[in-house]
Each structure stands twice: as structure tokens, then as C-alpha cells.
Design a protein around this ligand. Structure first.
Ligand code: FE2
Ligand code: FE2
Length: 311
């Protein structure tokens, strides 16, 4: 009886996500970009995420420039991870091909939206590059990252994905939406992105729980370790990007930074990136709720002690 009720509730959640996906659907050119360019007199990433106010050795204009570099990287990181997300979701559609057709439609729409988001973030990078000095580097390749991530179990991949799609929403609602001093185009990119991500977070959770049901205790224990490995793989990307972004800032900020300032810049960027891409998701109340409902206290402690090395 309990299983039947749960199944009916899940079917409803797939159906609700299809309805919401149809209602919010948008187009890159007509709704988001609308022939606009990024306004470089304004910030891109809000202070709540970029933490530029903590870079007290930078002037106001330099803090704004650093928020623009971080915003550029923010868009590129989404474009990067959405390659593996699309692939994983397409793979999961197979389980529904001859089953629940609403669930199938929900996942097809999810993949279609992530393909569109990848295109959006490629467009964003092109537009930003037109207005900023040359020399910016973003070296991780979407297919390389996908090969590493998709080598792990579905449970671990969906844990990572759930965390990403939950923090995406939290960043928009808590930091991007309320900030009045952002480039209007940058703000719109993440407004429209957020509208579709809300459905993705629901679907990640449904699929994550479905994958969890298929696992033995030993397989789940291994999946917990794989999730930790994925978090550290993300951290490797962030360490490299913090180095690249601090070098780009140093080369293009029109003054000579001292060695001490350069060190503070790189360590401050890494701290901000870890908060943006790892810790804000790991601390998301709903992520913690779902994760801890699936694993043991000892496994939760293993994850927490791994994360504590990144603070
Ligand atoms: Fe997306
Ligand atoms: Fe998404």
C-alpha cells in the first residue's frame, strides 16, 4: 500500500514537472539575449556569491572587474557540467522507454533544456569575450569531465547533480535576484536558467531515489566514496580556475599587484569558488535531507569529514 501511494505521488511529480516545463519554456534569442550585450559598467556575479567585498586590497572598480571574471567563469562552469548531466539524463530515459510515458517525457524535456543551456552558455562566453581584454582561460573540456563523472555509479552521479541543481536555485533566489546592481543581461541569463532548473532538481531527486532502491548496502557504500571522489574532482577544476582567473586579473587590472596581493587574490578566489560550487550545495537543507535519508550516520560523517578539508 505504502509503495503504491509513493508510486502515485512520484508519477504526479513527473507530471507536475512536465506541466511546469511547458509553462516556463523560453528561447535564447527572443527571451534571454534580445540583441543585448553585457554592460561592463555593472557587476556580473553578485557580492553574495563573489565575496568581492572581502578583497579589501582592491578598489571598487577592481572588485567590479573581479565580479565580471567570476561571472564569466560561473557561466562556463554550468556549460561544462551540463554536458555530463545531459548525457546521464538521456541514459536514464532508457529505463522509462516502455514504462511511465510521463516520466519519459519529463526526462526528454530535461535533456532538451540542458542542451539549450549549453548553447546559452557558449553564447554568453562569446558575448563576454567581446567586451573583456584577451587572455582569459577556461581549460576544462566538457567531454573529459563527462568521461570522469560518468565512470562513477548512477547514485554518485545523481548525488552530485542534485547538489548542483539545488545550489543553482539557491544562488538565484538568495543572491542574484535581490541584487539591484548587476548587468541586466547577466541577471536575465540566470533568471531564465533558474526557471528550468527548478524542474530538474525535482527530477534528479526522483531518479536518485529510484537508483538508490536498486543498490545493495555494499554498493551504496561504494557510491558514497565515489560521490566524495567526484567532489574532489570538482575541487581540482576549481583550484586550476582560481589560478587562471587570478593570473588573468593580475595581467589585465592595469596596475602592478604585490606578491602578497596576488596570493590573497588566488586564495580568495578559491575560497569563493569552493563556497559557490561545493559548500553551498552540500549545506543546502533539502540536499542534506534527501542525502541523509538514503545513507547511514557513518557514511554522512565520511562525507562531512571529506568536505571539512575544503573549508
Ligand atoms: Fe541548466
Ligand atoms: Fe539543470
Amino acid at each position: 500500500m505504502q509503495a503504491t501511494i509513493e508510486r502515485a505521488e512520484n508519477i504526479d511529480r513527473y507530471a507536475l514537472s512536465v506541466t511546469a516545463s511547458k509553462r516556463v519554456r523560453w528561447s535564447i534569442d527572443e527571451d534571454v539575449i534580445r540583441n543585448r550585450k553585457f554592460d561592463l559598467t555593472q557587476k556580473f556575479l553578485p557580492d553574495g556569491l563573489s565575496k568581492v567585498k572581502e578583497f579589501t586590497f582592491l578598489s571598487g572598480a577592481e572588485q567590479r572587474y573581479l565580479s565580471q571574471i567570476q561571472g564569466r567563469t560561473y557561466a562556463n562552469i554550468f556549460g561544462l557540467v551540463e554536458r555530463y548531466i545531459t548525457t546521464k539524463i538521456l541514459e536514464l530515459t532508457r529505463d522509462h522507454l516502455f514504462g511511465d510515458q510521463i516520466a519519459l517525457e519529463a526526462l526528454v524535456r530535461f535533456s532538451d533544456e540542458e542542451l539549450k543551456h549549453q548553447e546559452l552558455f557558449r553564447r554568453v562566453e562569446k558575448l563576454v569575450a567581446e567586451g573583456m581584454p584577451p587572455g582569459y582561460r577556461f581549460t576544462p573540456q566538457p567531454n573529459d569531465v563527462a568521461a570522469v563523472v560518468l565512470g562513477k555509479s548512477t547514485w554518485a552521479v545523481l548525488a552530485l547533480t542534485s547538489h548542483i541543481e539545488l545550489f543553482t536555485q539557491m544562488h538565484y533566489r538568495q543572491s542574484i535576484e535581490p541584487d539591484e546592481n548587476l548587468s541586466p543581461l547577466f541577471k536575465d541569463v540566470f533568471l531564465f536558467h533558474w526557471k528550468e532548473e527548478s524542474q530538474h532538481a525535482i527530477l534528479d531527486e526522483l531518479e536518485w531515489i529510484r537508483a538508490d532502491r536498486k543498490l545493495s548496502a555494499a554498493a551504496r557504500d561504494k557510491a558514497v566514496d565515489e560521490f566524495i571522489e567526484l567532489v574532489f574532482a570538482v575541487d581540482g577544476i576549481l583550484q586550476q580556475q582560481a589560478r587562471d582567473d587570478s593570473q588573468y586579473f593580475t595581467a589585465t587590472c592595469n596596475r602592478q599587484l604585490t606578491v602578497e596581493e596576488r596570493d590573497k587574490l588566488e586564495s580568495g578566489l578559491l575560497r569563493a569558488y569552493r563556497q559557490q560550487y561545493i559548500l553551498s550545495g552540500a549545506q543546502h537543507p533539502h540536499f542534506i535531507k534527501v542525502l541523509t535519508s538514503l545513507i547511514t550516520d557513518a557514511q554522512t560523517e565520511r562525507i562531512q569529514s571529506a568536505l571539512s578539508t575544503l573549508v
